[in-house]
Ligand binder design. Structure first.
Ligand code: HEC
Ligand code: HEC
Ligand code: HEC
Ligand code: HEC
Length: 510
């Protein structure tokens, strides 16, 4: 049941199309003087207890500091600007992220994990579901008030803990501050697409201190299936999507937005996953693994277990057995029979993005990605070797993102990505459902990007209609059957049918 939830998000990614043609315009962002005064007093109230917040790291002020009607709590009559709070509280699932910790699934998880606290009090869960500090795990949740926790994933979870910037951000000189000055106050800049994707990835992929590992999965946590384009399209926007598209990147070219968001989202998600991998490899605490029946799982942190099953494609282990199986017929790509398929969700399409940025060839056998994939296929991967490969790969991803962000994307370049993904996808689909789904999601997002750049969003060309028809067929092959949380029917037949549709897409683009 849980995976279907996320599924809805993935499979409604085509909502991107509906969203971007919206042409709502916004008025200026400068708050009126009255707002400034109101906000300033809130900010000063927050620091009035005499504690020097600078020494404590950045603290959350709470949505109460944002929700005044003349700040961010407007009624929407002026569009999104000024109504951010109202949109979040009414439509955004992030506002419920704390309350889900009381539901049956969460209670069962806490029991199965043998947490020493209920889920709604465990930092293990709160760091993602109701953070109160930034960095999230630097503070103690025990002292957070219920009203603060009730905010769930609130404004500051994405925009940065406001204890030090709430006051400054309503003064005249805020807009003149450099990104570095804002960051020093704890503000997280989200206009830049790399930063934005990294904000989401902190929770939707994970990071040190925020880790949905296999212990949590086995206890019942829904699988984290993050793909930036889909999640970005499905989050109810409390900003003007149309404006947003025009102010990102140096070219300020609205038409490049969807394609760039997809590409940079791919790079940033993989970068976040590598950080988490390094954290897991370097902080393993075998002593804490629950071999002892009576041991309590420490509710303040995730135990880094090695090797970590969540690094491996779930359906490599969680599948039915039959012999000879379609997997045996398919073969194991670069792995030995029985080798672990690593990173099946976030990495299959990555070489296409990186190679096109011209910074590196990730597909070559001696690239850090290939080395990492080989190392992680072993039952006990060498942690030192993989940490060094992961670091090398992170550097490449960061460089590629900078390079892509500074480019004015052309229709040819975007069509090149579609061709690349449809080509890679035909083999990725044979290997796993994850690879097939990533190919589908990527093509959906890039196709939108291509239509934007070629001006065919409103009046789809014949080619574009053919591509949509193929994407729709692929989608039907990817859906889980009723009552299943895994692709029980994904085998040779759907994989081959998907490959055939991907080939059609490839041919249409020739
Ligand atoms: C790394 C961050 C992270 C941690 C740690 C985490 N979660 Fe989550 N959780 C998420 C995200 C992100 C989602 C939404 C998944 C999606 O829809 O893609 C989620 C979804 C859920 C859901 C489903 C919500 C719904 O609407 O049905 C439950 C229940 C849940 N988490 C409980 C827990 C519990 C209990 C813990 C602690 C034992 C925990 N989570 C720890 C990030 C986290
Ligand atoms: C889950 C992440 C997330 C949460 C939670 C969140 N925001 Fe945002 N916010 C974004 C993103 C992404 C954007 C779009 C990029 C940008 O404009 O920086 C944005 C944009 C904004 C903008 C700029 C709008 C513009 O047109 O320039 C404001 C103001 C804002 N958010 C306020 C809030 C307030 C107030 C809350 C809480 C009620 C909130 N946000 C909660 C992610 C978030
Ligand atoms: C502080 C952690 C955190 C951050 C940062 C965060 N999210 Fe989430 N997100 C969550 C949790 C937890 C849930 C599950 C909430 C629930 O189901 O009640 C969630 C749910 C969602 C959902 C709904 C999923 C569903 O199954 O319906 C979308 C869409 C989403 N997030 C998009 C984003 C985007 C886009 C960003 C970045 C701009 C982002 N999130 C940043 C924690 C986070
Ligand atoms: C290396 C093999 C392996 C991989 C990879 C793996 N698991 Fe597991 N999983 C297990 C084992 C072993 C159990 C315990 C099964 C038991 O007790 O019968 C388990 C149990 C589970 C369960 C509990 C219940 C059940 O009835 O199946 C869930 C849910 C689960 N895993 C989800 C995942 C998810 C999600 C992933 C990918 C992120 C994943 N697993 C990857 C080996 C694996």
């Amino acid at each position: 049941m849980h995976w279907k939830l996320t599924f809805r998000v993935l499979f409604t990614a085509t909502a991107i199309a509906g969203v971007v043609v919206s042409t709502r315009t916004s008025s200026g962002v400068e708050p009126a003087e009255a707002n400034r005064v109101a906000l300033r007093s809130v900010a000063e109230g927050a620091t009035a207890d005499g504690t020097s917040l600078a020494n404590l790291g950045h603290k959350f002020v709470g949505v109460g500091g944002c929700s005044a009607a003349n700040c961010h709590g407007g009624d929407g009559t002026k569009g999104t600007v000024g109504s951010e709070y109202s949109i979040w509280i009414q439509d955004d699932k992030h506002a419920e992220a704390y309350s889900v910790l009381y539901n049956e699934t969460s209670q069962r998880m806490a029991k199965l994990l043998r947490l020493d606290k209920p889920a709604h009090q465990a930092a293990l869960c709160l760091n993602c579901h109701a953070p109160q500090n930034d960095p999230p795990f630097s503070g103690d949740h025990a002292h957070a008030s219920l009203s603060a926790l009730l905010d769930g994933v609130s404004c500051e979870a994405c925009h940065g803990a406001a204890s030090d910037w709430l006051g400054p951000h309503v003064r005249h000189d805020w807009a003149k501050k450099s990104p570095e000055e804002k960051a020093a106050l704890g503000f997280r800049e989200t206009k830049n697409l790399w930063n934005r994707s990294k904000v989401c990835a902190d929770c939707h992929v994970g990071e040190a201190g925020r880790d949905v590992n296999h212990d949590l999965y086995a206890a019942g946590h829904p699988r984290l299936f993050f793909e930036m384009s889909a999640f970005h399209a499905n989050m109810p926007a409390h900003w003007d999507r149309n404006d947003d598209r025009g102010r990102t990147g140096p070219d300020r070219d609205k038409s490049s937005f969807e394609a760039k968001l997809w590409a940079i989202g791919q790079l940033a998600s993989a970068e976040a996953a590598l950080d988490l991998l390094v954290h897991r490899a370097e902080n393993t605490r075998d002593d804490l693994v629950l071999r002892d029946q009576d041991a309590k799982y420490p509710s303040g942190e995730t135990v880094a277990v090695w090797p970590e099953f969540a690094e491996t494609g779930c359906f490599a282990c969680h599948h039915n057995l039959d012999s000879p199986s379609w997997r045996q017929k398919r073969g194991y790509a670069s792995r030995n029979a029985g080798g672990y398929p690593w990173g099946t969700w976030l990495f299959p399409i990555l070489p296409t993005v990186v190679n096109s940025s011209g910074t590196s060839d990730l597909a070559s056998a001696d690239s850090p990605l290939s080395k990492l994939t080989r190392e992680m296929a072993r039952p006990y991967p060498n942690r030192k070797a993989l940490v060094s490969n992961a670091r090398d790969l992170q550097a490449i991803l960061t460089k590629s993102a900078t390079s892509l962000d500074s480019q004015q994307l052309t229709a040819d370049q975007i069509a090149g990505w579609m061709k690349g993904v449809s080509a890679v996808g035909t083999s990725a689909s044979q290997q796993s459902w994850d690879g097939a789904t990533q190919s589908w999601l990527s093509l959906t997002a890039i196709h939108q990007g291509l239509s934007d750049v070629s001006g065919t969003s409103v009046q789809p060309s014949e080619k574009s209609q053919q591509i949509n028809a193929s994407l729709e067929k692929i989608r039907t092959h990817l859906e889980f059957s009723e009552g299943f949380d895994s692709p029980e029917n994904f085998s040779a037949d759907p994989a081959t049918a998907i490959s055939a549709e991907l080939q059609k897409i490839h041919d249409v683009l020739e």
